[in-house]
Design a protein around this ligand. Structure first.
Ligand SMILES: [Zn+2]
Ligand SMILES: [Zn+2]
Length: 757
């Protein structure tokens, strides 16, 4: 006898080939009924033998499309209607879209097979895709996710694509970006004023250019890449010179995991990350020497091809290791429109490999690594955004929360119907282009989820001079909430884990953030929970910071403030220190207390150590001096920690820096000094943890803030605290750096009633 049931599937189940998948297994099992995209996910009505219904449920869970993520399956009995077959019903029209927008997906194996098959209609077609793969977030202009609302709207289907699109049994059923060589967009090559057409021909030509050391701008999913042969030192040097990117590492792309293994030490976990559906750039210890690609860096960033075009380049014999770096100058945002690329990259790229499909929004490559505490995301963008990272409790269920993030590495978070959506990496709001992207992203999220300003709780940083804070003043939400930077870091970790009531000791270590007292914080200990708020219970000893945040550019300037408190130092303008005159100038500011602020920043403490060890030049990217210290320390075995005592709620940096300076003067190897410094920081922090956990009776530790991108610090801390009965949590879903701030702001805003500040 036939029974019937209604199944509701929630999670990432729309725009990922879920309905055709359901149709296929229902048809195979000879079940009747229907499937549709409903308000909260996918709804399925099934009729058939009870035992077959069970088999359906098992296959639903085990064979779901690769890009889908089932969060919940609800099954209830239903009345049998006597359906004769299984159908896909039209989507329900909804009031407010609560559907999750899928991140972009890498081209799937089936499409890759067709791409390489001369008999296939889409043989070598760079825009091949299906419901299991291809662009999503980077082509969506508006919701609902239908063809006219995508950047494919100007390419009407021919009969071939139309048939597939409307055939429920086809892999391209309702695949919005579907196209073929006959009806879809193409690539062309632009060299100077000349334009060359024909997908196959222009790909071959681009490969030839790359082989002879040229730089080619290649349009990808969320923006342009600049590509060159990574083994050609001259080409890499030219890329650096033209891009004004002096030292920041470039990422490389290789065809396979096997090729990646030749370049980096790839653990099983790293390989898993590398081949994961997000296809991020994975940082791993470098094995191969690629001149100029990642100078002074122990790690190399590697990624695999994820678009059909990238696969075609490799299949056409492109150099086996390609630099694939965001197409921009210095730290500007990545170029994503053709006009912008032509204009901004004309002095950099020798040629442009341009795809006709427009990019709806800028989405950089994501960056991740397998760290001492598990997989960590350093830049959350393509493949992850705009996926939900956390489910919020329904305290203020009816009020959407929009959190504007911090000014560096900005992201914004929108919480709607209890789901926290974190935007792609936007960048440093100091840049005009990045600030525009920030405004666009806010508009984008608000429009897509049909949120009205008058309903929004708006969260922003407490820094009065942040661009994001100033922007908040221009908006008119229902309510505005200022959230302290370092508390937001701790909150981001707890929000990811849904640990709303968990009492923790939180350590928030970074370069800079606006403190409660108006000084520059960055080495803070808190006790509390999201529910009760966080009380500051300890910090780095205060140092002067001449020039304020500007000192972050110049390690010796930051050093002047810290070293002003260290007794018995020799003349640092003399060897081995040889500090430039900027140091003396900064020291005078400190002594006269002119343009001098006070700071507890661990980031600046690392800068000071870097300066004492010989990094006396300006930095060319954020965090560079601290990375250099870690890199230097890596070249030696373990060394004894320098003293870094925790007394009266303060970590005292004076003995630590005194030891660094004294050993340097004695001529001790700088790698060993760097190692002792790193070990000293970890040892001192571990002491502070032991003292504070016993005083406040907590054993859950939270680590967040950019300083914890230092892997050696994490490894040392983990070892130091191994048998002290505490558990370490850090960020996993959002970056530990300021890219995670918006999520933390949103979490604290949700609990504002109870929060202390
Ligand atoms: Zn596919
Ligand atoms: Zn077609």
């Amino acid at each position: 006898m036939a029974t019937a049931c209604l199944i509701k599937v929630r999670g990432v189940v729309q725009g990922v080939g879920f309905r055709p998948f359901v149709y296929r297994i229902a048809s195979e099992l000879k079940l009747s009924g229907w499937v549709l995209n409903g308000e909260e996910g996918v709804a399925i009505h099934l009729e058939g033998e009870e035992e077959t219904l069970h088999r359906f449920l098992v296959r639903l869970k085990t064979e779901a499309p690769p890009a889908s993520r089932i969060v919940e399956i609800e099954v209830e009995a239903a009345a049998a209607n006597g359906f004769e077959k299984f159908t896909i019903k039209e989507s329900e029209r909804r009031d407010r879209p609560t559907v999750r927008i899928s991140p972009d997906l890498p081209v799937c194996d089936e499409c890759l097979g067709e791409l390489a098959d001369p008999a296939n209609h889409r043989y070598q077609y760079p825009y091949i895709n299906c419901t299991n793969c291809g662009p999503r977030y980077t082509v969506i202009l508006a919701l609902p996710y239908d063809r006219p609302n995508t950047t494919m709207k100007d390419w009407p289907f021919d009969d071939y694509c139309d048939r597939e699109y409307h055939d429920p049994a086809n892999r391209r059923f309702h695949a919005q970006p579907v196209a073929c060589p006959n009806c879809g967009p193409h690539y062309y090559l632009r060299v100077g004023e000349e334009t060359m057409c024909g997908d196959e021909r222009v790909i071959r030509q681009a490969v030839e250019l790359l082989k002879i050391g040229k730089i080619v701008a290649v349009k990808g999913l969320g923006g342009y890449h600049l590509a060159c042969d990574a083994r050609n030192a001259e080409a890499v040097a030219a890329m650096r010179a033209r891009k004004f990117r002096k030292e920041k590492p470039f990422a490389v792309m290789v065809a396979s995991v096997h090729d990646a293994e030749n370049l980096v030490e790839l653990s099983a976990e790293s390989a898993e990350l590398l081949t994961s559906i997000a296809r991020p750039i994975v940082l791993a210890p470098a094995k191969a020497k690629l001149s100029g690609v990642a100078p002074d860096n122990r790690e190399l960033g590697v990624m695999l091809p994820y678009t059909p075009l990238q696969h075609l380049l490799f299949a056409s014999g492109v150099p086996s290791v390609l630099v694939m770096t965001s197409a921009n100058r210095s730290s500007e945002p990545i170029a994503y429109t053709d006009e912008d690329a032509f204009e901004r990259l004309s002095g950099i790229a020798d040629a442009f490999l341009v795809g006709e499909r427009p990019i709806a929004r800028r989405v950089d490559d994501s960056v991740a690594r397998v760290g001492a505490l598990g997989p960590a995301i350093l830049r959350r963008s393509r493949g992850y955004a705009p996926g939900a990272v956390a489910g919020f409790p329904s305290l203020q269920a009816n009020k959407p929360i929009l959190a504007l993030g911090a000014d560096l590495k900005n992201t914004v978070t929108l919480v709607v119907d209890g789901q926290a959506f974190v935007s792609q990496h936007i960048g440093d709001l100091d840049h005009y282009e990045a600030f525009r992207a920030f405004e666009e992203t806010i508009r984008d999220l608000m429009t897509m989820y049909e949120i009205r300003w008058e309903d929004v709780v708006l969260a922003h940083d407490t820094h009065p001079e942040y661009r994001s804070t100033i922007h908040a003043l221009r908006l008119a939400p229902a309510k505005k909430i200022a959230v302290q930077h370092h508390r937001a870091h701790i909150a981001s970790v707890l929000a990811e884990r849904g640990a709303w009531e968990q009492k923790v000791l939180g350590m928030s270590f970074d370069g800079t953030g606006y403190g409660d007292d108006g000084s520059i914080w960055g080495g803070e200990f808190f006790v509390g929970s999201l529910l009760s708020g966080f009380e500051r219970v300890g910090h780095l000893r205060q140092a002067a910071l001449p020039g304020g945040d500007a000192a972050a550019q110049y390690p010796v300037q930051a050093a002047a403030g810290f070293l002003a408190q260290v007794e018995g130092l020799p003349d640092l303008s003399q060897p081995p220190f040889s500090f430039p005159s900027r140091y003396q100038t900064a020291l005078q500011l400190v002594h006269k207390n002119v343009r001098t602020f006070s700071t507890t920043s661990i980031g600046r403490l690392f800068d000071t150590a870097a300066a004492l060890l010989g990094f006396t030049r300006d930095i060319t990217f954020e965090g560079q001096a601290a990375m250099w210290v870690e890199h230097t320390a890596r070249s030696t075995a373990k060394a004894e920690p320098y003293p870094f005592p925790f007394l009266g709620g303060e970590l005292d940096f004076r003995p630590l820096l005194q030891a660094v300076a004294a050993d340097r003067l004695k001529g001790r190897d700088i790698a060993e000094i760097a190692r002792s410094f790193q070990a000293g920081v970890a040892h001192g922090v571990a002491d502070a943890v032991r003292s504070l956990t016993s005083e406040y009776r907590v054993n859950q530790i939270v680590l967040s803030g950019g300083v914890f991108q230092n892997e050696m610090l994490l490894e040392d801390l983990k070892r130091e605290l191994h048998d002290s009965g505490v558990e370490l949590w850090t960020n996993q879903a959002v970056p530990v750096n300021d890219g995670g701030i918006s999520l933390g702001q949103a979490a604290l805003a949700a609990f504002r009633g109870q929060e202390q500040r």
